[in-house]
Design a protein around this ligand. Structure first.
Ligand code: GLC
Ligand code: MG
Length: 685
């Protein structure tokens, strides 16, 4: 049977091509083959008039041939809906594209990793000693990565671990491209970095541009007058018996000049004599240090803490600096506080250097998620405008933020007004739209738990974790570690050897992990490079993990909340109240009816605060978290908010009235964003 018989009988030439016999080439006289002479209709379909008439008898059906299809498709009742649909699809596509572009244009910038997590500072000598030599090391840090994960900390700054004679415990670098054996090997470093990245953590390293160790190869070549290296440091002629070409003094005390008998000249050192200052006016030095930056960026480091930046350049004329007290005999000028540092700090050209480094870091920041972060260290004390310059300008980027050290002065006067003053110092002076940050401790300053007193440890942590901006946490602050007492004979710090009261050893004692031998800092030996704090049996990570009212538990709670709450991350910050005891502020976001009120008691007494004049607050307020655990969940009247000395309250409330529009002079925001509940989006506003 021919396959042609399978063709549906629709009339002559009305067959479904889908059923045609492929072997049938079709005779030349095939009546179905259109005659080229046939008349063409308006859409180019040639129709046999008889057949057309026949087609009109048929209804459209599935699998109909082109001719039938075309016949019907030209009819208005089919064409019009088709055209409507077509234009509808075009319009929808255009609307979608436009919407996407609008959403992208209206979305605020995503916060970067260095804004989301606190920066946790590890002092590697003191964090965890894996090999039992009494000094912490890189493997030790790797062993304790769970601790950061537990605290929800993603950014870890590790103080220097370069090869070093350790005169200033790593801040005297002998080789910028090697690891000190005390801390481990390059392999240990790479392992640590890889595991940190795997766990979603970022590593910030110290970059120490101002000086090297006197054991650095460059210094040895410089003192012997090697033509390429002779100007790598700052040398000048001086008198061997009284080597003071001018009155400049070192940060650690006494003249900043030392006579070198190999070269027969004096070299400058703004820190120890074992830390000669590099000469950044020499382009080769600049190139070498740029190579150092690139070397670590290539290795995958996520950021740098730029050490002692204000000291990088000195005036070439080497004139005496003005004395603070002009009547003081010049020979009694021995401390950095005796002089105005007009010629040894913040010299012209400094910011150009930092900008060059920033630009190099930007080259490595292009890959998504690989932003390289820069923070600068500069103590400018009363000259806050100098600090703010490290933020760069809207056109030229510099550091992501300069460290804000003003809260280090908190213990000078524990009062609400004082804390507000210190906070406002930064907020009021920071260039518009930049990101704040807060430091209450580091390896150079007494622990806040000792200087402010243990009463205030928790409230200070609450302050840090609820202010806008990035908090810095020095290791041990999350458990409330305190300074140790170091006797004269135990002093390790060179600064302490010059002046015992300036010793930084007390804040560098081993991390208190548990009540085990050596507080779990190490277990294989009885040595620790500095004594442990005697309170380690009660103040340690292990014990505090089991206690939900501990300093650690509260730190963890607040940090986790900070990460999950848009309002705490990027909402408005508004001053509500400050007095001798209380500092209180609000965090809110336009578009959200949820808000947080923070009430912190920095005073010495229990007080009742009346916030009834703040109309935007509801009458009843619920405490989400108090540093005094028994107050968690309490409902308070806004007219009677009671706090003990050192107590902090985090209050959450709901309202339809925002505080910031009416009190804009009391409010600050880094980069404004609003929340749209309907579509669950955040947008620029
Ligand atoms: C920075 C460091 C400090 C060090 C000094 C010299 O201030 O924080 O510890 O002694 O620079 O490098
Ligand atoms: Mg210098």
């Amino acid at each position: 049977m021919s396959r042609r018989t399978d063709t549906m009988e629709l009339g002559a030439c009305t067959k479904n091509p889908g059923f045609q016999d492929v072997e049938d080439d079709g005779p030349p006289s095939d009546p179905c083959r259109p005659d080229p002479a046939d008349k063409q209709d308006s859409i180019g379909v040639r129709l046999d008039p008889d057949a057309a008439e026949e087609y009109t008898q048929i209804k459209p059906y599935a699998g109909m041939p082109k001719e039938v299809l075309l016949l019907y498709s030209t009819q208005a009742r089919y064409r019009v809906p088709r055209e409507i649909l077509f234009w509808l699809i075009v319009a929808c596509t255009l609307v979608l594209v436009a919407l996407t572009i609008t959403v992208i244009a209206l979305s605020p910038r995503c916060l970067s990793w260095w804004q989301i997590s606190p920066v946790y500072q590890v002092y590697p000598r003191s964090f965890k000693d894996s090999d039992g030599d009494g000094v912490g090391d890189l493997k030790g840090i790797q062993e304790q990565l769970d601790h950061f994960q537990y605290l929800n900390i993603k950014s870890v700054w590790i103080s220097p671990f370069y090869r070093s004679p350790m005169k200033d415990f790593g801040y005297d670098v002998e080789d910028f491209m090697d690891i000190d054996p005390l801390f481990g090997t390059m392999h240990d470093f790479e392992n640590l970095l890889a595991e940190m990245h795997q766990r979603g953590m970022k590593m910030i390293m110290d970059f120490i541009p101002n000086h090297t160790s006197d054991q650095h190869r460059w210094f040895n070549l410089s003192r012997t007058g090697h033509p390429q290296y002779k100007d790598y440091y700052i040398w000048t002629d001086c008198n061997a018996s009284d080597p003071k070409p001018n009155n400049w003094v070192s940060v650690f005390g006494n003249s900043s000049w030392t006579y070198d008998d190999v070269r027969g000249q004096c070299y400058l050192h703004q820190f120890l004599k074992e830390q000669p200052d590099l000469n950044f006016r020499n382009p080769n030095v600049r190139e070498e240090m740029m190579d150092v930056i690139r070397f670590w960026l290539e290795k995958g480091v996520d950021g740098f803490r730029m050490d002692a930046v204000k000291h990088i350049l000195e005036a070439a004329h080497l004139r005496d600096e003005p004395q603070v007290d002009p009547k003081k005999p010049p020979e009694s000028i021995t401390s950095e506080w005796d002089l105005y540092h007009d010629y040894t700090t913040s010299q012209l050209g400094l910011h150009d250097l930092l900008r060059e480094w920033r630009a190099a870091m930007d080259v490595y920041s292009r890959e998504p998620g690989r932003y390289r972060f820069m923070v600068t260290e500069s103590y400018d004390y009363q000259e806050i405008e100098k600090t703010m310059m490290y933020y760069g300008t809207p056109q030229v980027k510099e550091s992501d933020f300069p460290f804000n050290f003003y809260l280090l002065d908190l213990p000078q006067n524990t009062s609400g007004l004082w804390v507000k003053h210190l906070v406002h110092l930064w907020i009021a002076n920071m260039p518009k739209g930049r990101w704040p940050n807060w430091v209450v401790g580091n390896h150079d300053r007494p622990r806040i738990g000792s200087s402010a007193g243990p009463t205030y440890v928790r409230v200070i942590n609450m302050l840090l974790l609820t202010l806008p901006g990035t908090p810095t946490t020095y290791y041990g602050e999350e458990i409330g570690m305190e300074n140790i007492n170091v006797t004269q004979s135990q002093i390790q710090d060179p600064a302490g050897k010059y002046n015992a009261s300036a010793s930084r050893d007390p804040q560098r004692s081993p991390m208190q992990w548990s009540e085990d031998i050596n507080a779990g800092f190490n277990s294989k030996t009885n040595i620790t490079w500095l004594p442990l704090h005697p309170d380690y049996k009660t103040v340690n990570v292990e014990i505090q993990k089991k206690d939900e009212s501990s300093v650690l538990a509260q730190y963890r709670y607040l940090n986790t909340l900070r990460e999950s709450e848009l309002i705490l991350q990027r909402g408005w910050f508004c001053y509500i109240h400050a007095d001798a005891s209380i500092f209180s502020y609000l965090r809110e976001m336009d578009g959200l009816n949820k808000a947080f009120l923070v009430v912190l008691n920095f005073g010495q007494d229990s007080v009742i605060t009346d916030l009834s004049s703040v109309q935007e607050l509801p009458d009843q307020l619920k405490v989400v978290m108090s540093t005094n655990q028994i107050n968690n969940g309490k409902i308070l009247q806004k007219s009677r908010i009671q706090t003990e000395a050192g107590e902090g309250l985090l209050i959450q409330f709901h309202t339809n009235t925002r505080f910031n529009p009416i009190h804009s002079e009391q409010c600050y925001i880094s980069e404004k964003a609003c929340y749209l509940g309907v579509m669950d989006i955040l947008y620029k506003c």
